[in-house]
Design a protein around this ligand. Structure first.
Ligand code: GUN
Ligand code: ZN
Length: 434
């Protein structure tokens, strides 16, 4: 048994439903076999656990591990390719790099970079958009298993409107997706996600093949993109002869509790009603939306219509793996919407980055640090004398400290990461992987 001692912040109850930040400046958390057995003020807890080892997390904050609900593994090396809207960015920046993952050795190096980047940012669980190549998807699952990361991912499938080397057929998409699911779904912490890239690169036959995989793999997830960019939406509705983008997935029965759609920057009210009825989740990717000029995410409409929302970094259109940065950008986005924006407070940002993500990925045992939960956590400890350190030491209370953390905290402040109570090794990233 181990007792973790530190300043612990989490959001067991959603602030969108009246919950508040739970914060304790000197908390003890007793962990046995990866599960939180007890917690409370350290000095009280210590009496009943005199012989247990104490891990003293002096300075900074202990938070639940971050949950990234939308991040592209093949795009880690194209982060920062700014200056283009979605469709041009895909053509000129993302897709040429995705083609390079046809080489399994290259894909394995990218997978290693990707997983170490996620973990170094304090992310302990993620819905990972995979690759169009089977061997690359295997490499991602292997790297994630080595690190111990909770990954839900799958083979990306498409059968039109992409470079030829990224295209499949409905039949092949079914066979290869089902094969990858057989290799990885439920193995260790891995789960499979059926992953058509987006409707613009999918025929109805391909989406039907995706639905067949979902039927045949109990507990599999579904992930894709929706309503990201106005030009994309216009092309999708024209191609499918449907009035909405959401309908392209919904009419194949692809939306449910284990479905995560990225973006949804431009939804109709009828689409929000469908997403709410299906209990599907939206991965809100604020730095990506800003970088690609996709638009300002209508969070208030999602919340008021009962659509589940969590955060995604959307690397490589997004600006990096930090969910602190995504939380801050989510806040800025709502501010920019003026009266139409949702008034976010620090507790909302923490919830979006942790417990909301765990709910979206159907991981009921993580996302907050209550008794009975698994101990997935990140320790943020600012470098002494840094502006974050100064700000944190002068915070007026827990909410202020958390606001300062989202504003000033970076991946450089991640001092420790645990999954199931085990420390995750932070790779020495000064060594290039080629
Ligand atoms: N839509 C289809 N593919 C992608 C992608 O790789 N990134 C983003 N942001 N949107 C997409
Ligand atoms: Zn994406």
């Amino acid at each position: 048994m181990t007792i973790f001692r530190g300043a612990v912040f989490d959001t067991p109850e959603s602030p969108f439903a009246g919950g508040r930040l739970r914060a304790s400046s000197d908390e003890g958390i007793v962990v046995r076999d990866g599960v939180i057995e007890a917690r409370g003020p350290f000095t009280e807890l210590r009496g009943a656990h005199r012989d247990d080892d104490v891990v003293a997390l002096d300075g900074g904050l202990l938070l639940p591990g971050f949950v990234d609900t939308h991040v592209h593994f093949p795009q880690v090396r194209v982060i920062g390719g700014i200056g283009l809207p979605l469709l041009e960015w895909l053509e000129r920046r993302a897709l040429p790099e995705e083609g390079r993952l046809a080489d399994p050795a290259y894909a394995a190096r990218v997978a290693a970079d990707f997983v170490s980047g996620l973990v170094a940012a304090g992310t302990t669980a993620a819905m990972v958009f995979g690759s169009h190549f089977q061997a690359a998807v295997d490499a991602l699952f292997e790297s994630a298993a080595t690190a111990g990361l909770r990954v839900t991912s799958g083979l990306v499938v498409s059968d039109r409107n992409l470079p030829a080397e990224l295209l499949s057929t409905p039949e092949r998409a079914y066979e290869e997706s089902a094969g990858a699911a057989r290799r990885w779904h439920g193995v260790g912490r891995a789960r499979y996600a059926v992953t058509p890239r987006f409707s613009l690169s999918s025929s109805d036959a391909l989406l039907a093949a995706c639905a067949a995989v979902l039927d045949d793999v109990p507990g599999a997830f579904f992930t894709s993109h929706v309503n990201e960019n106005l030009q994309e939406i216009e092309q999708v509705t024209r191609l499918f002869q449907l009035s909405t983008y959401v309908a392209t997935y919904d009419r194949h029965g692809l939306l449910g509790r284990r479905s995560v759609l990225a973006h949804n920057v431009h939804p109709g009210d009828d689409e929000l009603a469908t997403l709410a009825a299906r209990t599907a989740s939206i991965a809100h990717c604020p730095t990506s939306n800003a970088a690609l000029g996709s638009g300002l995410f209508p969070l208030a409409r999602h919340v008021h219509q009962g659509v589940r929302v969590a955060l995604g970094s959307d690397v490589g259109a997004g600006s990096g793996f930090s969910l602190l940065k995504e939380g801050l950008q989510a806040y800025y986005t709502q501010q920019q919407l003026g009266a139409d924006g949702y008034a976010l407070w620090p507790a909302h940002l923490l919830h979006l980055a942790t417990s909301a993500g765990a709910a979206a990925l159907d991981l009921p045992d993580v996302g907050h640090l209550s008794v009975g939960q698994r101990f997935d956590a990140v320790w943020l400890r600012p470098a002494p004398g840094s502006t974050y350190d100064v700000a944190l030491r002068h915070a007026s209370g827990p909410d202020d400290a958390l606001g300062k953390t989202f504003t000033l905290g970076t991946t450089a402040d991640v001092a420790g990461v645990w999954i199931d109570g085990e420390p995750v090794r932070l790779v020495d990233r000064r060594r290039p992987t080629g």
